[in-house]
Design a binder for this molecule. Structure first.
Ligand SMILES: [Cu+2]
Length: 622
């Protein structure tokens, strides 16, 4: 079929789809059409909804972006590590406190909470590589509810956020190493002797999701990269790759790529947890820390191809796959053999007292996937998909067990390869890190954008491509703009969660909430002015705040609405203040009335036909 006829037939199908009045569930139409038309298979008709959420990290924008799949439409921005006036995030007291002293974060790898190795739809965890933090988003309301950190003894929380099977922990490994304790000076030329990395177990409260630093494991100053958690036979274990086994402090481009192998960490996190319970940790920076040289059984090193970017556990928990971007193979290891080698103490040596496993003995096979392999995802049907940065492609290949014929030439297990139109970095299949991947779509995310959109100047818009993985061959379905920079993502079935649409009044326990005009008011104590304000279509009560220059003003604003999407904002002119309250929500803002004069405030979020009339005055006397 020529591109032109393909386009024409796609158009014809779209027309037919639009003319069909039947109310089929979303997706059924797409599935019916996918055999003939990529465009129709991602088309979500007006009024229909997407089947999946795509949560992808926005890199140094500090935000999580939410798209629908298969439409790839951007449907929400969840502010996490940076202010976001659209939702008033970072202006009210609670979110300002969470952001602390930082105005940005470098968000990398989102991880969904799990129960019994499956997504449970409760929380999404994200890390900040720049300021050593991990945040929790509640999927009940798609809002950031906690930012933990800076995490003690850690620098560059890049190897995160990896969630254990029952969300016991969010596991974190450091990209950078520093002299410990944090704040101590040491000459970077003495890197190998003075610097250390860290693996952290952030404990998650099973009811509230609250994160706290549970324990840490000291590591040599390798640069830890992405990892994964175990399940099945590898339950209770976690894995990270690293680069810089050379332990070079400077000139990493050359100095950290000299050796043929780097180390993956094989961490028994249950053993670490037990060691802490047994008092084997040393309190460092307020955190119980394990030195793995003194506490055997907690950490092992496994050599893997040089300069890898990740190690991914398959859905069975038996196969772990590491890819070295400077070698054209995906290395497959059998965790059952790793476990046996550990039990039998079959080590080739140690690094800083951590036993090193035998690469040659444990390697199941090097699959020749292609150039620049980075990350691997799984479809739950025995297939793996590896992103190829240099080759700008995704390779599909078959996991073991392999036949003796396969083993003679592992090219035979490489089943398909699909080009993507940029240098690919991360890729995601829904549920790849769980026991039950969805196995329907793969989203391939770009690292270097390649002119895929009309020009908007020197910085080219990023993009992601949606790939159908239901057939024996992969099929490119669609491409969409994605916010920069897409670092990994998670896909969640839309019917797995039921987000709230209003905050029930009964759940609002804010002592300063007001629900009717007679509860509102202004009180003054010395130079402190406290306003209890109500927002309702289409007014603020009270709508005049009198103050004197120098007063500290606190406004507790309650949106008393209990109607879906009836949101109000409070923007104060020339005061750098904008708070947004959802129905049933109370937020507090605090600021100094530094300037005399009369400053209008108004509702910033369109709310009704009389929205424009929703305003008031902050009147500041000399
Ligand atoms: Cu309003």
């Amino acid at each position: 079929m020529s591109p032109r006829t393909r386009l024409l037939s796609a158009g014809a199908l779209l027309t037919a789809t639009l003319l069909t009045p039947a109310c089929r569930p979303p997706g059924s139409r797409a599935a019916a059409a996918s055999a003939t038309s990529p465009a129709a298979s991602t088309y979500v008709a007006p009024g229909a909804k997407d089947q999946f959420y795509l949560f992808y990290s926005g890199g140094h924008s500090g935000q999580v972006y939410v798209a629908g799949l298969p439409s790839m439409r951007h449907i929400a921005t969840i502010p996490v590590f940076a202010r976001y006036p659209a939702t008033g995030y970072g202006y009210d007291e609670e979110s300002r406190k969470m952001l602390g002293e930082f105005t940005w974060g470098d968000m990398h790898h989102p991880g969904l909470s799990q129960t019994d190795g499956r997504y449970d739809g409760r929380w999404l965890f994200v890390n900040d590589n720049a300021n050593n933090r991990v945040a929790r988003i509640d999927l009940r309301d798609f809002k950031t509810r906690q930012i933990l950190g800076p995490i003690p003894n850690s620098s560059g929380t890049h190897g995160s956020s990896f969630v254990t099977e029952n969300t016991e922990y969010v596991l974190v490994a450091t990209r950078f190493s520093i002299p410990l304790p944090k704040g101590r000076y040491a000459d970077p030329q003495r890197y190998e002797a003075e610097f250390s990395g860290m693996v952290s177990g952030l404990a998650v409260d099973p009811k509230s999701g609250t994160l706290s630093v549970g324990w840490q494991i000291l590591t040599p100053p390798f640069n830890w990269d992405l990892g994964s958690t175990g399940k099945g036979p590898s339950s209770g274990w976690a894995f990270w790759t690293s680069y810089n086994s050379e332990m070079a402090g400077t000139g990493l481009e050359a100095n950290a790529t000299r050796l043929d192998r780097d180390y993956a960490a094989i961490v028994n996190w249950r053993a670490a947890e037990q060691a802490i319970k047994d008092g084997k940790g040393t309190l460092t920076g307020g955190v119980p820390m394990i030195d793995p040289a003194k506490v055997p059984g907690v950490m092992y090193f496994l050599p893997v191809p040089k300069s890898p970017h990740g190690i991914d556990t398959d859905p069975s928990g038996r196969w772990i796959v590491a890819s070295g971007k400077l070698q054209p193979v995906a290395s497959v290891f059998d965790f059952e053999k790793i476990r046996q080698a550990i039990d039998r103490h079959e080590f080739t040596g140690n690094v800083r007292g951590v036993p090193v496993l035998n690469y040659e003995a444990l390697l199941e096979g090097d699959v020749p996937v292609g150039l620049g392999p980075l990350h691997t995802q799984y479809d739950g049907k025995g297939n793996a998909y590896t992103s190829l940065f240099v080759e700008s492609a995704v390779a599909k290949w078959r996991l073991p067990p392999w036949s003796p014929e396969d083993r003679k030439d592992l090219n035979k297990v490489v089943l398909d390869k699909i080009p993507v139109h940029y240098n690919i970095g991360h890729l995601v299949i829904g549920g790849s890190d769980t026991r039950e991947p969805y196995g329907q779509y793969l989203v391939a995310m770009n690292k270097l954008s390649k002119g895929r959109h009309v020009s908007v100047g020197p910085s080219q818009p990023e993009s992601s491509e949606l790939i159908d993985i239901t057939g024996s061959k992969m099929g490119l379905l669609a491409e969409a703009f994605t916010e920069p920079e897409p670092h990994f993502a998670q896909i969640l079935k839309a019917d797995r969660i039921t987000p709230i649409e209003v905050y029930p009044k009964g759940e609002n326990h804010d002592a300063d909430a007001v629900w009717s005009a007679d509860q509102t008011g202004i009180t003054r104590t010395g130079n402190k002015v406290v306003v209890k304000m109500m927002a309702i279509r289409s007014k603020f009560v009270p709508d005049v705040i009198e103050a004197h220059a120098g007063d500290e003003i606190t406004i507790h604003l309650t949106n008393v609405e209990q109607t879906t999407d009836m949101i109000h904002g409070l923007g104060i002119v020339e005061h750098d203040m904008n708070v947004v309250v959802d129905p049933g929500e109370t937020k507090t803002v605090r600021f100094k009335a530094n300037k005399t004069g009369v400053y209008p405030f108004y509702c910033t979020n369109f709310c009704s036909a009389l929205h424009q009339e929703m305003q008031g005055y902050l009147a500041v006397k000399p």
